[in-house]
Structure formats: structure tokens, C-alpha cells
Design a protein around this ligand. Structure first.
Ligand code: FMN
Length: 407
């Protein structure tokens, strides 16, 4: 199976330090088309009819969100590009930023035009600091060529907190406050950064915009499934022979991605969507990847039969507990309880009631946590109890047996 490189079409083709090479590949034609022959409303309508959904994980319809901000009261509006990419196993935005920063900049300029923003921010993951000069250089060249007239793009570094990828925590961070999620409503398109209407979109979402405007909504919506249009970029890692970035039409199967392309031969667990994503057994290989099934931000990590399931869940929860911002009780306390139980299980000190407690705590976190971090922490725990219960049972029986021998 071959890839369908639409969003990534320029990566490793153009020179990310030379805007001329991007212009040669139809670069900035979509922006010109939008500004000279389309009203702000018609750009939004085009994005709405394309069916584009946010690529940062939640899959919210992009055009619908833009329309809310465009129609919101006030003349001061902001656009934020979420380049925080803190999800475990995700590195697709880094690839785009490194090899084709211009598609993102063009997408930002079109989005800003559509919603009426005069200032845009790129919030860059702290660990991606080495990309600062590439992105700054690309913005500078776009300014020199006159593509950004009337739009100020500010590049802001994050400081390495996973929670700051969550849109409201990110806005707090940009405002110089502690990175903690905000209560919603109000939603950002109505009241976001500095309480002004704000659109926040993922790197991949914004990089798709020039392709949609240039080729048309129908072209884009003819790719993919009924509810997930276009292509998706996946980051594949773990026990595969060809880890890396792959772009496939929505609806492609997990098997096409991890076996045919990434070269997995021995599969025990497939983690889809990162730490707060799904933990699936190999018999899910025929699943079509889309927002209707499993997807998240497109991180896929394969664990082979040499891996210990409890270890995989423990490491995942260790990360999430460490990254909990601590604001809401279900996430702060719940993730700690999950961590302590899994640590005991891992050390051979499991107790009979452990699986019940894990399930109870995870369900409470899913229902009562303030934001997606706490809610998502439940997912790997519940999946592991659902699909790999026998691994828990074996571990607990082993622990109890050793305990009985020791008296
Ligand atoms: C804990 C947490 C971390 C997140 N991290 C990211 C991230 O690094 N990048 C991203 O684009 N979205 C991230 N999101 C999703 C954002 O909150 C938001 O939905 C997204 O930026 C919206 O853009 P989109 O509509 O283009 O997907 C995260 C969400 C949560 C709950």
C-alpha cells in the first residue's frame, strides 16, 4: 500500500529555508485566491463543506469553529496554532514544522483572514526549540514577500508541560499564567485568549487549509470516510521495522499502517492516540482509522509479545500522573491512586481487589475530571482491563502465591 501525501507533499521536496522553492510548488496561491476572490464567509463555507475536522485529537469540525469566532462580537480576535505536540508517541507536527513550515504559515494567514484576526501565535513545544530558527526564518521570508501584510505572527515557546497542549491551559500559559485548564463555557471562539474570541488549531489542521482552498472542498471531501474527510498523518513507533511518519486516507486500516507500511510482524498491543488513547489487542488490526473508530492525534505505538502489558499501562499512567496539572481533585488524586496500584502490581505485590479499584477510579476520573487529561487517563486503564484482564489475573495470582509461600 502506498501513502497519499497531500498535506506532506512538500516535505523533503522543498527547501524549508527558501520560500522560493515553496512558491514554485504553488505556495501562497491559496492565500492569494482567498484574499482576492473569496469573502471571509466563503472561505469558512469552503472549509465547512470540506468536512475538515481538527487534527489535534478531538476532531471538532474546523469550519464550524471558525464561524463561531467570525460571528463573535468584538474586533480583536486571535488565532493560535497549537504546536505543543506533547502527546506520547506523536511527532507528526514536528515533521511538518521542520520540512514545510510554509504550508503552516499559509494556513495561518488564510485562517486569520477568515475569522478576522490580526494577530496569530504559534505555541511551540519547548523541546522543539531547535526548530525556532527554521520557523522564524520562514515567517521572516513570508513577511518580506508581503504575504503577511496586516498579520502579526508571534512565535512562543512552551516549557514542556503536557497540559499546555490542552487549549485553555495553553491560553493561560500564553497569558503568562500557570498552565491549568479553564472551566468551559465560555468556549474559546467566544472568549479565549485575553477573553477575546480565539481560534486554536493544530499544526496539521492549519497545514491542510491551503490544499483545501486551492483544490476545493469537494476534492478534499471525496477522500476518507463519511464522517472523517481527507488524509491523516500518523506517527508510528515501537516494535516496528520502519518507524516514522505516514500520511494515509482516513479509513485506512490499522493493518495497512502498522504491518504493510511500518513493518510490524509481532503485535501484542497497539496504542492508538498516545497516552490518553486506546490500548488495543492485535485482533483490532482490521479497524478503519477514523474519528468514528479510533484515531486521536494519530500516534500509533506497537508493543510486541516480549512486552509486559502491566508495564505498558504503568508507564502510560506514570506519564499522565506526572503531567496532571493538579487543579481538579479527580485527576490529581485519581491518577496518583492508579499509579500506586499499578506500581504495586508491577512489583509483584498485587492484591485481589486491585482490578476493581482500578476500574472504579478510572470511571470516576472519566466522568468527573475537568479536562481531557483526567478524562483520558481512564482510557488506557479501562482498555487494559477490558482486553488484557488475564494479564492482571495472572499477575495478582502470582503475587498472592508468593505472599502465601512467604507466610
Ligand atoms: C492534555 C491535552 C493535551 C493536548 N495536547 C495537544 C497538542 O499538543 N496539540 C494539539 O494540537 N492539540 C492538543 N490537545 C487538543 C487541544 O485541546 C485542542 O482540541 C486542539 O488544539 C484544537 O485544534 P484542532 O481543532 O485543530 O484539533 C490536547 C488536549 C488535551 C486534553
Amino acid at each position: 500500500m502506498a501513502e497519499s501525501r497531500i498535506i506532506l507533499k512538500n516535505c523533503e521536496v522543498i527547501d524549508p529555508a527558501d520560500i522560493g522553492t515553496y512558491i514554485e510548488k504553488d505556495g501562497f496561491k491559496a492565500l492569494e485566491k482567498a484574499r482576492t476572490s473569496m469573502s471571509q464567509e466563503s472561505v469558512i463555507d469552503e472549509v465547512k463543506s470540506s468536512g475538515l475536522r481538527g487534527r489535534g485529537g478531538a476532531g471538532f469540525p474546523c469550519g464550524v469553529k471558525w464561524e463561531l469566532a467570525a460571528n463573535a462580537d468584538g474586533s480583536e480576535k486571535y488565532l493560535i496554532c497549537n504546536a505543543d505536540e506533547g502527546e506520547m508517541g506523536t511527532f507528526k507536527d514536528r515533521y511538518l514544522l521542520e520540512y514545510d513550515p510554509f504550508s503552516l504559515i499559509e494556513g495561518i494567514a488564510i485562517a486569520a483572514y477568515a475569522i478576522g484576526a490580526v494577530k496569530a501565535y504559534i505555541y511551540l513545544r519547548g523541546e522543539y526549540r531547535y526548530l525556532l530558527s527554521t520557523i522564524r526564518g520562514a515567517i521572516g521570508q513570508a513577511v518580506e514577500k508581503g504575504y503577511l501584510d496586516g498579520l502579526d505572527i508571534v512565535l512562543q515557546e512552551g516549557a514542556g508541560a503536557y497540559i499546555c497542549g490542552e487549549e485553555t491551559a495553553l491560553m493561560n500559559s500564553l497569558e503568562g499564567k500557570r498552565g491549568e485548564a479553564r472551566f468551559k463555557p465560555p468556549f474559546p471562539p467566544v472568549s479565549g485568549l485575553f477573553e477575546k474570541p480565539t481560534i486554536i488549531n493544530n499544526v496539521e489542521t492549519l497545514a491542510a487549509i491551503p490544499r483545501i482552498i486551492l483544490n476545493g472542498a469537494e476534492w478534499f471531501s471525496n477522500i476518507g470516510t463519511e464522517k472523517s474527510k481527507g488524509t491523516k498523518i500518523f506517527s508510528v513507533s515501537g516494535d516496528v521495522s520502519r518507524p516514522g511518519i505516514y500520511e494515509l486516507p482516513m479509513g485506512s486500516s490499522l493493518k495497512q499502517l502498522v504491518v504493510d507500511l511500518a513493518g510490524a510482524t509481532d503485535i501484542k498491543i497497539i496504542q492508538v492516540g498516545g497516552a490518553a488513547g486506546r490500548l488495543l489487542p492485535y485482533n483490532w488490526l482490521d479497524t478503519a482509522l477514523s474519528f468514528e473508530t479510533v484515531l486521536g492525534a494519530g500516534a500509533v505505538t506497537v508493543f510486541d509479545s516480549s512486552r509486559d502489558m502491566i508495564d505498558v499501562v504503568f508507564k502510560t499512567i506514570e506519564f499522565l500522573a506526572e503531567e496532571s496539572c493538579g487543579l481538579c481533585t479527580p485527576c490529581r488524586e485519581g491518577s496518583q491512586v492508579l499509579f500506586e496500584i499499578l506500581e504495586r502490581l508491577r512489583n509483584g505485590e498485587g492484591e485481589q481487589q486491585d482490578t476493581d479499584v482500578l476500574e472504579d477510579v478510572a470511571n470516576t476520573m472519566a466522568e468527573a475530571s475537568l479536562c481531557g487529561l483526567g478524562q483520558g487517563t481512564a482510557v488506557p486503564v479501562l482498555d487494559s482491563l477490558n482486553f488484557f484482564k488475564q494479564d492482571y489475573k495472572n499477575r495478582i495470582e502470582q503475587s498472592l502465591y508468593i505472599k502465601s509461600l512467604l507466610g
